[in-house]
Design a protein around this ligand. Structure first.
Ligand code: SF4
Ligand code: SF4
Ligand code: SF4
Length: 189
């Protein structure tokens, strides 16, 4: 088993980048791993700063973020960079500042995850012209979130199936079963 305290920060960052295309998800993964691993808690700016940054990143990830959360993470990071006692705190501050600079946090505050990885900011949609009304998505949906009538050989004039966003829990099962690739993920409206 790996000794968490000795894991290198660059490795956590690399792992975050490999796992997540979305920079907000990436920073959440990094900060969570840092808090539970190599961060020793000996100095206030790093230990409290990371904890507070994690809370703010979570707000943003859950679609409840405000501009002030971004400003707060920036201030915390600058403070951490100046006052942390070791390189780990300083490097973490630099990573956070690098991710903040990308503009992706602002995008999330405006309720869009360009990488389509934050469940609170995506919607599943059926492209009407591609839907053949086979009903496979409706059968796969455990949440009763898909409306539509299956095509019958002796009837014409079918309406495409539709996803009712309020009932959808973003499990992604419908996308897996659609034979026409008629279901897509988009930024939520
Ligand atoms: S900056 Fe270094 S010494 Fe201070 S809490 Fe973070 S890891 Fe520990
Ligand atoms: S993502 Fe899941 S809950 Fe939403 S419509 Fe598809 S199968 Fe149903
Ligand atoms: S599985 Fe695809 S083609 Fe079939 S009803 Fe659903 S969206 Fe339409």
């Amino acid at each position: 088993m790996k000794d968490k305290a000795n894991i290198k920060l660059e490795d956590i960052k690399k792992e975050a980048e490999n796992r997540y295309g979305c920079i907000v998800q990436r920073s959440m993964y990094y900060i969570t791993e840092f808090l539970s691993g190599p961060m020793c808690g000996r100095c206030f700016p790093c230990s409290m700063g990371c904890y507070e940054a994690k809370i703010r990143i979570a707000h943003i990830q859950q679609g409840e973020g405000q501009e002030e959360d971004i400003d707060f993470i920036a201030k915390i990071s600058q403070q951490m960079y100046k006052s942390s006692l070791c390189k780990k705190g300083k490097d973490t501050a630099l990573y956070l500042l690098e991710w903040l600079k990308s503009g992706i946090f602002q995008e999330h505050v405006n309720h869009c995850c360009g990488a389509l990885q934050c469940p609170s900011m995506v919607q599943y949609k059926i492209i009407p012209r591609m839907c053949t009304s086979c009903g496979k998505c409706k059968d796969a949906c455990r949440f009763g979130a898909i409306a539509g009538e299956k095509r019958k050989a002796y009837m014409a004039g079918y309406l495409p199936f539709e996803i009712m966003d309020k009932k959808c829990n973003r499990c992604g099962e419908c996308i897996k079963v659609c034979p026409e690739d008629a279901i897509v993920l988009v930024c939520s409206e």
